[in-house]
Design a protein around this ligand. Structure first.
Ligand code: IDP
Ligand code: MG
Length: 138
């Protein structure tokens, strides 16, 4: 059993895609174990993306992630990390497979609608960043 942290980013929320993303999770039998809406400060976004702090896009990315509310979810299930990343599609929407969330809705390499953890280690950090143990329903 694996967990992943999913975020519907500010572009997904403001464009009315919360329902669409959740519909795709449910359609693919991905269990949602926790969910909340958060409006991150710049400092909170910087903390979340700390692994990317040396990257040239860090300032812009953390501005974007703190520009509006996001929906954070904990997903749970067998191989849910690769399964959800497959539903999301490649980081760059131009390279994302047809029918993936990013191919269908992203407008920009940065504004790509969704986040998903990339390993069990990052998932543990990311889930703990937003949720305490009582908020995750197993
Ligand atoms: P991921 O979200 O597919 O795991 P990461 O490489 O972890 O991709 O990058 C985190 C986020 O940073 C991406 O989802 C995207 O919003 C943004 N990002 C990644 N690469 C670039 C880039 O080259 N330019 C601008 N933003 C980027
Ligand atoms: Mg990543």
């Amino acid at each position: 059993m694996e967990r992943s942290l999913s975020i519907i980013k500010p572009d997904g929320v403001s464009r009315g895609l919360i329902g669409e993303v959740i519909r795709r999770l449910e359609k693919n039998n991905i269990k949602i174990a926790a969910m909340k809406m958060i409006y991150m400060t710049k400092a909170q976004a910087q903390g979340f993306y700390d692994v990317h702090k040396e990257r040239p896009f860090f300032a812009s990315l953390t501005d974007f992630m703190s520009s509006g509310p996001v929906v954070a979810m904990v997903l749970e299930g067998e191989n849910v990390i690769p399964k959800y990343r497959e539903l999301m599609g490649a980081t760059n929407y131009k390279e994302a497979a047809p029918g993936t969330i990013r191919a269908d809705f992203a407008t920009d390499i940065e504004k790509n609608i969704v986040h998903g953890s990339d390993s069990p280690q990052t998932a543990a950090f990311e889930i703990g960043y937003f949720f305490n143990s009582f908020e995750v329903i197993s």
